[in-house]
Design a protein around this ligand. Structure first.
Ligand SMILES: [Zn+2]
Length: 290
């Protein structure tokens, strides 16, 4: 799950983005995945890491094999996951059926991981280092979009695999269930402090200036917060009223996703003591400035 505004964007199925990064498109375009999940072959040797094997759609394996041929990758070393959302972990079983029982590692999220007990998931903690010929990955725990989210610094390029935290186009959905906007903003600040050059996102095209994109993402959230507060300054409002005002330029089909982001902003403001809700259910409540 990522960015609803990427609908219709086209990317090549296979692309070589650096001497150690080849992308294979996950073949799962949708309202929430844009062109599909970017799956990455990482390294320079005959055996490489696969970061995020996509959603598990049948058309993906031939694309992955094409990407391996094109980049000179003869075998997969292991599978590494940015997080446990279905468009990232869903393809693991099909890849293992094709290439054998590869090691799969991720940051733990017990509720999700329980559904993948057959994979014998290996734990990656914050700061975990993974190595293959020509590439070193360092995990950075970046919760907010998902509690188990890891980004990975690619040390050799001072670059970042950003998962769903930063996207090639559009913005990240912070789901009401298990998402946390406050944590997400903390994660963006942590990534900015790393001053990455390139960002390799989980959806959409390569980002050449990582620092500029992170600054843009942080500014975007602050602007949304300002817009939501401006609506409440005019009087108490329900979430959907705020959405119709703030997201007036977006198609109505996206308003449900926008309601999640808006609710996340309101919850963050509520924790900060700046707004309050008239009822426990955030969608049914009227929200007021304190
Ligand atoms: Zn996700």
């Amino acid at each position: 799950m990522s960015a609803p505004v990427m609908v219709g964007m086209q990317l090549p199925d296979v692309d070589v983005w650096s001497e150690r990064v080849t992308v294979a498109l996950g073949q799962n375009p949708s309202l929430f995945t844009g062109p599909g999940t970017n799956t990455y072959l990482i390294g320079t040797g005959p055996e490489r890491m696969l970061l995020d094997p996509g959603q598990g759609v049948p058309g993906y394996l031939p694309v992955l094999e094409h990407a391996m041929q094109r980049s000179g990758c003869q075998r997969l070393q292991e599978i590494v996951l940015t997080h446990g959302h279905p468009d990232h972990i869903g393809g693991v079983r099909a890849v293992r059926e094709r290439f054998g029982p590869l090691r799969v590692s991720k940051f733990p999220w017990p509720e999700v991981d329980a559904g993948f007990a057959d994979l014998e998931l290996q734990t990656l903690s914050d700061g975990a280092v993974l190595r293959t010929e020509g590439a070193t990955l360092r995990g950075v725990h970046t919760p907010g979009h998902a509690p188990d989210h890891l980004c990975f610094v690619l040390e050799e390029e001072h670059a970042l695999f950003s998962g769903d935290n930063v996207l090639g186009v559009g913005t990240t959905v912070i789901p009401n269930q298990n998402g946390d906007l406050g944590q997400y903003l903390g994660s963006l600040a942590r990534l900015l402090a790393l001053e990455p050059r390139r960002i390799y996102p989980a959806h959409g095209p390569l980002i050449e200036d990582g620092v500029a994109k992170l600054r843009e993402y942080i500014a975007h959230r602050h602007e949304r917060e300002r817009q939501i507060l401006a609506v409440l300054e005019r009087g108490p409002s329900e979430v959907m009223e705020i959405v119709r005002s703030v997201y007036a330029a977006y198609p109505q089909a996206l308003h449900t996703a926008a309601a999640q982001s808006t609710t996340q902003h309101l919850r963050k403001l509520e924790r900060e003591g700046r707004v309050r809700a008239s009822a426990g259910d955030p969608l049914a409540a009227r929200w007021t400035l304190t």
